[in-house]
Design a protein around this ligand. Sequence first.
Ligand code: NAG
Ligand code: NAG
Ligand code: NAG
Ligand code: NAG
Length: 416
Amino acid sequence: MAFGARGWRPRSLLLLLLWVTGQAAPVAGLGVSSELQIERRFVPDECPRTVRSGDFVRYHYVGTFLDGQKFDSSYDRDSTFNVFVGKGQLIAGMDQALVGMCVNERRFVTIPPNLAYGSEGVWKDIPGQASLVFDVALLDLHNPKDSISVENKVVPENCDRRSQSGDFLRYHYNGTLLDGTLFDSSYSRNHTFDTYIGQGYVIPGMDEGLLGVCIGERRRIVVPPHLGYGEEGRGNIPGSAVLVFDIHVIDFHNPSDSISITSHYKPPNCSVLSKKGDYLKYHYNASLLDGTLLDSTWKLGKTYNIVLGSGQVVLGMDMGLREMCVGEKRRVIIPPHLGYGEAGVALPFVTCVLSPFQFSEYIHAQVATGKGKLAPGFNAEMIVKNMFTNQDRNGDGKVIAEEFKLKDQEAKHDEL
Ligand SMILES: *[C@@H]1O[C@H](CO)[C@@H](O)[C@H](O)[C@H]1NC(C)=O
Ligand SMILES: *[C@@H]1O[C@H](CO)[C@@H](O)[C@H](O)[C@H]1NC(C)=O
Ligand SMILES: *[C@@H]1O[C@H](CO)[C@@H](O)[C@H](O)[C@H]1NC(C)=O
Ligand SMILES: *[C@@H]1O[C@H](CO)[C@@H](O)[C@H](O)[C@H]1NC(C)=O
């Protein structure tokens, strides 16, 4: 190790470079090209953007002399070299050689002494008149002026509403670095990432990138480090890294949402409208906003019968069944807080793993203490068994807290 032999080793070449750039003299050695030589060893097929002067880059390099002897390598330090391009922080040859590079491109760069350390060299590690060869692999690039960018949008045809600040959003994501390294994925945890948006609960880039999405939409959100994890990084996210999030929006709602009613069919001779206290018989198909069918009375082969306004169904459903004609068909969309999110059986307090028996005991205890209710007219044990089956997402015979909470944000059809 060239620097090690001196008993002093700079943490990075940058330090070294800052010290000596001012001394570099434009002297061409005899028989050595005074031109910068760039050999593009690998250029990726996809290259949406190339390095420009003023960009900040992260790259790996191996530095050798013309005879192949190594004098420095970022790989030996196990971290990329991070620096601004075109601001004199690098030797002149490197400042020029990085321009036009794609992420994942590899360049062999031969820098003559006049664009490197000149006739003086630096310490004893790089002699005077030394031409330097750098094997450079670019991993990351951004500009401090960058904001987030939203790409590859796939928006469903039916998009009644777009997410706004304050909405509670559930989405899946794959998080990668610009070079394609996966650093995190919600799929690895088998459940969505759930958060309020526009309120500072997530990194600023995501807070912004998640605005204006539709339910079911897919988009790519590219977040520069100053809107992500900054110069420090976090966990397996390196400092100064651009983050690429491919997201799939499962659903969202706003805590102030009321129900939404769309009438599909209204009989022409409608004169009597349903009201509080009426005995109602109805059929329903219940699904999540992404279209996943939860349940249907058609499957059970009988109508659901309730007295309207008597608390037999969740508040949102009670509201949605009012002022209907006999024969009318409508779609009722119920936000969680008018469904089972906050009313109904109080689920979010579970923190342990539950067996079917414990689950049943828990639900009955909730009912007994007035925190919840089971739909009348059905066998209570059967309802609880169905609830358990629905909560046990991975079918392993146990309900863990995460399964419990997640399902809690969806409509629980047993009581609709
Ligand atoms: C996610 O589900 C898959 C398939 O059901 C399973 O193999 C994996 O262990 C689960 N991972 C977690 C973190 O629960
Ligand atoms: C995340 O990656 C997995 C595996 O490649 C893929 O199946 C899934 O569709 C990706 N999700 C998104 C939102 O891009
Ligand atoms: C409306 O008309 C249909 C068919 O003509 C009939 O079966 C139904 O009873 C009528 N409803 C009322 C409320 O008059
Ligand atoms: C429910 O789904 C069944 C089967 O797809 C369909 O026949 C029925 O009309 C649907 N009912 C309503 C109220 O949408």
